[in-house]
Design a protein around this ligand. Structure first.
Ligand code: SDX
Length: 433
């Protein structure tokens, strides 16, 4: 019997089937031959929330959740955080290799010269209430760019695709900054091409009346590291949305808007904002234990804890914790850090969390750091979406160029009524639904 196969005996029919095992998986379609008779559709797999289903092959990001390993195109996240810049990492994710000096210079030039937004974006932004959540503005404005670049629909034209990718990576900081400035009622700040990607983002956020914005170097570097850490994370919820929506061959602006919408959820990228609310609710170190008790009783979740893949410490959380200390040397220590450290200490010792392998994830410390940098909690998920746009676009491009991929259309297990007779309204009785 060939070694890379699985032999399945269907006890309903006593028939035996042999299916190939490839990359630790069997193809779900190989199960369709398993039938109880000619009328039988054949076996499917049932996997709510895709806990154990690979939806694609990818060479972009590798995660070993048990060992706490994260690599972009084979490079450990710790090495990239220490030696690279976000734009260099975005190039790596998209093209598969670290750029040469010449390639990086051209890449930075291209992105830098696509940070401007069409002036109509201002009118669009003005339509939002001042209190509008920045993620709502971010998602809507990215979707609106679909109307500015109708040629983006030509998703199979590689040059056109790359042009849109460069536009999106260049413009997401501008949209994010405009959302913030709209929230606080400040005039928008135009990009400054003399500045790096991250320094320019800070410029568009925080420049006031000074002639030239000067970014605080430690803050700029810390933010760039945060962008590197958040750039991609294989098939997470928002990337799955990007791939699924993109599989209909819609344009990348609408696909990124759908991915950012998924990221906004409190169980995903919205968790960093929820962590700050949680730490505010706890209020002080001595109240941490009571809060942990409520989590153990199942009444609440510890935001920033747990992960579908990491059953060990999220390697990004370690780097963020280190980077936060660098920021606090400039900004002063965020008092919420003491509550977070106490929460982590208790949770890492407590059987409830140890048994469930719940460790701090990327969102646990990032919010404390963002707040110390001067960001409001409402901006935290936008700060996640900016770098993740490069990851979403890398995954989108890989999906489009994968000959095995086609429009995503899962099946279901139908549990509803069998065929029923229509009941005229006068004969219907109220049913409690
Ligand atoms: C991100 O997928 C990615 O890669 C995402 C991400 C990325 O880079 O894209 O890493 C970014 O989204 C990080 C996660 C941010 N979310 C949060 O911090 C929200 C709090 N965490 C949980 O909601 C939860 O841990 C998830 C959503 C992250 C993971 O959920 P799972 O894998 O579906 O796990 P589960 O809900 O089935 O939990 C298993 C058990 C349950 O207890 P029992 O039913 O077995 O008794 O652990 C418990 C859960 O109740 N549990 C928690 C908990 N997370 C899980 N209990 C308390 N606090 C928590 N945070």
């Amino acid at each position: 019997m060939a070694e890379n196969t699985l032999t399945i005996t269907d006890n309903r029919t006593n028939k035996t089937y042999t299916v190939p095992v490839e990359n630790g998986t069997i193809r779900a379609m190989d199960l369709r031959q398993i039938k109880t008779g000619p009328e039988d559709f054949g076996l499917m797999t049932y996997d709510p929330a895709f806990l154990n289903t690979a939806s694609c092959k990818s060479s972009i990001t590798f995660i070993d959740g048990d060992k706490g390993i994260l690599r972009y195109r084979g490079y450990p996240i710790e090495v990239l955080a220490e030696h690279s810049t976000f734009l260099e990492v975005a190039y790596l994710l998209l093209f598969g290799e670290l750029p040469t000096e010449k390639e990086l210079k051209q890449w930075v030039y291209d992105i830098t010269h696509h940070t401007m937004l069409h002036e109509t974006t201002k009118k669009f932004m003005e339509g939002f209430r001042y209190s509008a959540h920045p993620m709502s503005m971010f998602v809507s404005t990215i979707a609106a760019l679909s109307s500015v670049y109708p040629e983006a629909k030509n998703v199979h034209d590689a040059a056109n695709r790359m042009h849109q990718i460069v536009r999106l990576i260049g413009k997401v900081p501008s949209i994010a900054a405009m959302s913030y400035r709209h929230n606080v009622g400040f005039p928008y700040v135009y990009p400054d091409n003399d500045l790096s990607y991250t320094e320019n983002f800070m410029n568009m956020l925080w420049k006031m009346v000074e002639p030239k914005y000067a970014a605080q170097p430690a803050i700029a570097r810390a933010l760039d590291i945060l962008f590197i850490l958040h750039a991609d994370h294989e098939q997470n919820c928002s990337t799955s949305a990007m791939r699924s929506v993109g599989s209909s061959q819609t344009d990348p602006y609408l696909a990124v808007a759908s991915a950012a919408s998924a990221l906004a959820g409190p169980l995903h990228g919205g968790a960093n904002e929820e962590v700050l609310k949680m730490l505010d609710e706890i209020g002080s170190k001595d109240k941490v234990w009571d809060y942990v008790k409520r989590a153990k009783e199942g009444h609440i979740k510890l935001m920033g804890f747990g992960h579908r893949i990491y059953k060990n410490y999220d390697p990004r959380a370690k780097i963020i914790k280190w980077s936060a200390e660098q920021v606090f040397q400039v900004t002063g220590r965020n008092p919420k850090l003491d509550i977070a450290l106490e929460l982590e200490r208790i949770a890492l010792e407590d059987e409830y969390f140890v048994k469930r392998k719940l460790y701090p994830n990327v969102d646990f410390y990032s919010g404390i750091m963002y707040q110390a940098m001067g960001f409001r909690p409402e901006m935290f998920t936008v700060l996640f979406a900016i770098p993740r746009t490069a990851g979403w676009l890398s995954q989108w491009q890989e999906m489009l160029t994968d000959p095995e991929q086609k429009i995503a259309r899962p099946r279901q297990v139908y549990t509803g009524h069998d065929v029923r007779q229509f009941v005229p309204i006068e004969k219907r009785t109220a049913v409690t639904v």
